[in-house]
Ligand binder design. Structure first.
Ligand code: NAD
Length: 280
C-alpha cells in the first residue's frame, strides 16, 4: 500500500512551530496582525474565513475581520485596502475570493501592498517567485512543497507533471517545483493525450476541478500523487480530482481528500503572516 501523506499531521506540526515563533516575537514586543476581508456571505467563503480566524487564534496572531455587504462598491473596498495598507499595526491583508461579480478582482489584488500580500496573488509576488526573489508564495502550492519535503520525497531531478494552469494553484506550483530543481511539465484542458504526459510523472500534482477524473490509467506505477481538488461526490462525501480508491494501489505515496492538501493552505497562510514581519 502507498504512503498516505498526512496533511493534517504536517499542517499541525507547522502550526506548532509557528506558535513557538510567534511567542518568541511577542517576547521581543512584536505582534502580528492579519486583516481578513470578506465581501458578501458565500457559505464556502465563510467557512474558509472561519478556519483562518481559528488558526490565527491558535498561533497567537491577532485577526481583524471585515465582513462587508455584497453591495459594497469597488471604491469602498479599495478605500479599505488603502487604509489597511497604511496601518503600521496590520502586517497581512487577505481579501477572500471570489468577490461579487461587480468588483474587479485583479484591481483589488493589485491594490494590496505587496509587503502585506500574504495570499501571494499580487503580480509583484508572482514575478518575484518567477525570478527567484523573496516574496510571498501562494499558500496551496507552498503547502504541497512542504508535504513533499516533510514526507521525505525528493523533488530534485524528478519528472513533475502539474495538471491545471490556474494562477492560484497550477502556475505557482510549476514554478515552485522548478525552484526545487524538478523537471516540470504543465498540462491543461488543451493538452493532447493527457494520459501519455501524466504517465511520465514521478510526481503528479492534480488541480483540475473535476471530481475523480484521474484514474490509474493516468498514473505511472510508483508515482507520488498529490490531489488538490475538493468536491462532494454523489453520496455527499468529500472527494478530490483523483479517484483515490482506483489510484492508491498503484502509487508510492498519495494525499487523501480530506486531510491531504486542504489543511496545508491555512498553515501556509499563517507561515506567510509570520514571514510578513520579516519582509516589513
Ligand atoms: P481552475 O478551475 O481555476 O483551473 C483548473 C485547471 O484545470 C485549468 O487550468 C484547466 O486548463 C485545467 N483543466 C480543466 N479540465 C481539464 C482536462 N480535462 N484536462 C486537463 N486539464 C484540465 O481551478 P483551481 O483554482 O486551480 O482549483 C483546482 C481544484 O483544486 C478545484 O477542485 C479547487 O476546488 C481545488 N482547490 C483546493 C485548494 C485547497 O486548499 N485544497 C485550494 C485551491 C483550489
Amino acid at each position: 500500500m502507498p504512503q498516505i501523506i498526512d496533511g493534517k499531521a504536517i499542517s499541525g506540526a507547522i502550526k506548532d512551530e509557528l506558535k513557538n515563533k510567534v511567542e518568541e516575537l511577542k517576547a521581543e514586543g512584536i505582534h502580528i496582525c492579519l486583516a481578513v476581508i470578506q465581501v458578501g456571505s458565500d457559505p464556502a467563503s465563510s467557512v474558509y474565513v472561519g478556519n483562518k480566524k481559528k488558526a490565527c487564534a491558535y498561533i497567537g496572531i491577532d485577526s481583524l475581520a471585515y465582513e462587508l455587504p455584497a453591495e459594497t462598491t469597488q471604491e469602498e473596498l479599495l478605500a479599505l485596502v488603502g487604509e489597511l495598507n497604511a496601518r503600521k499595526d496590520v502586517n497581512g491583508i487577505l481579501v477572500q475570493l471570489p468577490l461579487p461579480k461587480h468588483i474587479n478582482e485583479d484591481e483589488v489584488i493589485r491594490a494590496i501592498d505587496p509587503r502585506k500580500d500574504v495570499d501571494g496573488f499580487h503580480p509583484q509576488s508572482v514575478g518575484a517567485l518567477c525570478i527567484g526573489q523573496p516574496g510571498f508564495v501562494s499558500c496551496t502550492p507552498a503547502g504541497i512543497i512542504q508535504l513533499l519535503k516533510r514526507s521525505g520525497i525528493e523533488i530534485a531531478g524528478r519528472e513533475c507533471v502539474v495538471i491545471g494552469r490556474s494562477n492560484i494553484v497550477g502556475k505557482p506550483m510549476a514554478l515552485l517545483l522548478l525552484r526545487e530543481n524538478g523537471t516540470v511539465t504543465v498540462t491543461h484542458s488543451r493538452t493532447k493525450d493527457l494520459k501519455e504526459v501524466t504517465r511520465r510523472a514521478d510526481i503528479l500534482v492534480v488541480a483540475i476541478g473535476r471530481p475523480k477524473m484521474i484514474t490509474r490509467e493516468y498514473v505511472k506505477e510508483g508515482a507520488v500523487v498529490i490531489d488538490v481538488g475538493i468536491h462532494r461526490d454523489e453520496n455527499n462525501k468529500l472527494c478530490g480530482d483523483v479517484d483515490y480508491d482506483d489510484v492508491a494501489p498503484v502509487c508510492s505515496a498519495i494525499t487523501p481528500v480530506p486531510g491531504g492538501v486542504g489543511p496545508m493552505t491555512v498553515a501556509m497562510l499563517m507561515y506567510n503572516c509570520v514571514e510578513s514581519v520579516l519582509l516589513q
